[in-house]
Design a protein around this ligand. Structure first.
Ligand SMILES: Nc1ncnc2c1ncn2[C@@H]1O[C@H](COP(=O)(O)OP(=O)(O)OP(=O)(O)O)[C@@H](O)[C@H]1O
Ligand SMILES: [Mg+2]
Length: 263
């Protein structure tokens, strides 16, 4: 039976979809059967991030409207045959989507996958509630900024009212140069603030836009290493830390820091 993990945050734009896509690719690269579900209904973009938008024929909405079967709506990744996407499709104002309808879809997928990863919409309204009520585990994505952390903290409190067995946080867009100079809140301090388990740290890196299933095998890329560690923490339950400050230590590190500030 699949582990069902919701990727949530409260605040919008902090990297939920990015984490969902990359985590899915890394798990599938380790031979796990992975289904990504876009629950950001109406504002769905997981298909675009996965470069699958041209191949989406049916969506979750079509399944709910009985226009197709669940397996017909799944899109298989080009590079990792064990990775699938169930896109949410556009908003149909006339359709009220209930938790039990989506649960039926998930119940059908559960025996076929090792991981079902749900990309949650921003906010804490109906879309959020639908997404989290279906999951057993949650990844709370936050950036190291106070506004994002405050929303993450509220989401952690709300999650405790759901039947979520495990809650981990992921710090996205961490800047090693700023953490090294104590200008950005430290990973351990974030852990103490949120009071949930550590899941992973993902550095700020523009290459996130280029990250595709074809490029994730590049071990030299810090972004790939960070997602690789996140995936292995999810699989094993370990709390390994990707150290994003390593580049900025010592003599050459100081020069890199100065250069980064000037950009
Ligand atoms: N580690 C990162 N480094 C650089 N840019 C990033 C990183 N993570 C995410 N981004 C960028 O931030 C933007 C928002 O990311 P994303 O869409 O994943 O956030 P989201 O939480 O899913 O947003 P929404 O709440 O709107 O669904 C995107 O342009 C993405 O490329
Ligand atoms: Mg998103």
């Amino acid at each position: 039976m699949a582990r069902i993990i919701v990727v949530t945050s409260g605040k919008g734009g902090v990297g939920k979809t990015t984490v969902t896509a990359n985590l899915g690719m890394h798990l599938a690269s380790k031979n796990y059967r992975v289904c990504l579900i876009d629950m950001d209904i109406g504002l769905n973009n997981l298909d675009v991030v996965m470069s699958m938008e041209d191949r989406v024929v049916y969506s979750m909405l079509d399944v709910l409207e009985n226009k197709c079967r669940v397996k017909e709506a799944l899109v298989q990744d080009d590079v990792f045959p064990l990775l699938f996407l169930l896109s949410s499709g556009g908003l149909n104002q006339n359709l009220t989507i209930t938790i039990s309808q989506i649960k039926r879809v998930i119940d059908e997928l559960e025996p076929k996958f090792d991981f079902i990863i749900i990309d949650c919409p921003a906010g804490i309204d109906a879309g959020f509630r639908r997404a989290v009520s279906l999951a057993d585990e949650a990844l709370v994505v936050t950036t190291p900024h106070l506004s994002s952390l405050r929303d993450a903290d509220k989401v952690v409190a709300i999650l405790s009212t759901y039947n979520i067995l495990s809650k981990r946080f992921v710090i996205n867009r961490a800047r090693g140069d700023l953490i090294q100079d104590k200008l950005m809140i430290d990973v351990h301090d974030i852990g103490r603030t949120l009071g949930i388990e550590f899941g992973g740290v993902i550095p700020e890196d523009d290459r996130v836009l280029l990250s595709t299933s074809a490029s994730i095998s590049n071990n030299k890329c810090a972004l790939n290493r960070a997602f690789e560690i996140l995936a292995s923490n999810i699989i094993t339950g370990e709390k390994k830390l990707f150290d994003c400050t390593y580049k900025y230590r010592g003599f050459f590190g100081s020069i890199k820091k100065l250069l980064k500030r000037k950009v």
